[in-house]
Design a binder for this molecule. Structure first.
Ligand code: HEC
Length: 401
């Protein structure tokens, strides 16, 4: 019962996380583009800094932006914050259900460190909290005055966090926790800086006092960070199903490239929405970034065989592969699973019959040889020679004998 309940909780939470994330990022994209499309026109009321017209769903909308605030506060004011908060809360719950309750599968790699599930979870959570504190202090320090310096620091610091986590956790957990850290920073920017500052501005206006311009400047700084981090964080979140990213020994370099690619593409759209002709270089940077990332991911995790092990001497027949899979994979990838926490073969990948092995041959090679994502944390202690035998069999066209 418990595995089925866990699977359904993970599915429901993922659903919520996705919906909240779409609402949050959708509204933030919308407001960035709206802001950029505002035009100054003659005859606008006092305090209005720009106007734009939009058409949607059969109606015409005339939007005004008050540079600071309207002379009178409207009785009803919509705040955009629950989209962000729900994204974080559902994301944290998902982290607990998938990664912390499934730490043996997804977090712990005994070849790196013999951690208990609680220690692994504590490391993950500590990164989120300490990472936010460090980022916030950095933004408030003199270094924070220059956005370019901050961007450079981020470009080095986030991959370093990944590299550090990768020393003690699985590549998948390391990669995902950097994504979670970036997401946490973005939501905390909304909750701790942007919304409170906006509330202070509203309060001083209601008291007929001039609001402190530093509040607006600080909120703007954080909102620019959120804008440029949106695309990278989405990539990192979906990449946890693609071992080509996280299981590479150079996953930290791939992460750095993802930051560059995502920020460049965002930059292109920021300029385009502002109504200026956008330059072509962000697409060149993104394309080059992808090519380099694919190239880096193509280095197999297995070093070239220095010493042959027993499996290296065996011919790469289907029977030999079956024997390895029976010993190393079947407890999770059988018709019936014998692994606590797994109700069904994960992702429906059953590896029982010769036909199963042949249809999944390419995926097996990818998971076992190219990336070492399987067996997770090498729970079933597959040998390097056995990984190479599987690769030899697949490279020979997965022959049926
Ligand atoms: C301890 C349980 C366990 C063992 C042992 C195990 N796997 Fe897996 N396998 C999983 C889980 C969990 C997933 C799903 C990963 C995910 O959600 O991305 C998976 C996914 C896969 C996939 C599908 C990947 C995809 O993204 O489509 C393949 C192929 C695979 N495993 C092959 C193997 C092979 C081959 C072995 C043996 C050498 C093996 N696994 C051993 C748990 C296991």
């Amino acid at each position: 019962m418990t595995p089925i309940l866990l699977d359904w909780s993970a599915l429901a939470l993922r659903w919520l996380h996705l919906i909240a994330g779409i609402a949050w990022i959708g509204s933030s994209f919308y407001f960035m583009a709206l802001d950029a499309s505002l035009k100054k026109r003659a005859g606008l009321p006092e305090g209005v800094s720009g106007e734009t017209w939009q058409v949607h769903g059969g109606g015409f909308y005339r939007m005004w932006k008050y540079g600071v605030a309207p002379p009178e506060m409207p009785a009803e004011l919509t705040w955009f914050k629950w989209e962000a908060y729900t994204t974080l809360l559902s994301g944290l719950a998902l982290l607990v259900v998938v990664y912390y309750l499934g730490a043996e599968l997804y977090m712990i790699d005994p070849a790196k460190a013999e951690l208990g599930p609680w220690t692994a979870a504590a490391i993950g959570l500590a990164v989120l909290v300490l990472g936010w504190v460090a980022y916030d202090m950095l933004c408030k320090s003199p270094l924070g005055n220059d956005q370019r310096t901050l961007a450079l620091i981020g470009l080095v610091a986030f991959p370093l966090v990944c590299l550090a986590l990768d020393q003690v956790l699985t590549g998948r957990a390391a990669f995902l926790h950097v994504g979670a850290l970036i997401g946490t920073i973005m939501v905390a920017n909304v909750a701790m800086i942007i919304i409170p500052n906006q509330k202070k501005v509203v309060a001083s206006l209601l008291a007929h006092a001039a609001p402190d311009p530093a509040l607006g400047a600080q909120a703007k700084q954080r909102s620019v960070h959120n804008n440029y981090l949106t695309l990278p964080v989405l990539f990192i979140m979906i990449s946890n199903h693609y071992p080509q990213t996280f299981a590479s020994p150079f996953n930290w370099l791939i992460l750095a490239l993802v930051l560059v690619i995502g920020a460049s593409i965002r930059h292109y759209f920021n300029i385009m929405h502002a109504g200026t002709k956008p330059p072509w270089w962000p697409w060149a940077v993104a394309a080059l970034g992808f090519i380099v990332a694919i190239w880096i991911a193509s280095f197999p995790a297995t070093p070239p065989p220095l010493v042959d092990t027993a499996a290296d001497e065996r011919p790469a027949t289907l029977a030999a592969v079956e024997e390895i899979v029976q010993g190393r994979c079947i407890m999770c990838h059988g018709q019936e699973t014998h692994w606590p926490g797994l109700a069904h073969a994960p992702k429906g990948v059953v590896l029982e019959t010769p036909r199963d092995l042949r249809i999944h041959a390419a995926a097996i090679r990818d998971q076992v040889y190219q990336t070492h994502a399987m067996p997770p944390g090498n729970v079933s202690m597959i040998e390097d020679g056995e990984r190479r035998l599987i690769a030899r069999w697949v490279d020979a066209g997965a022959p049926p004998e």
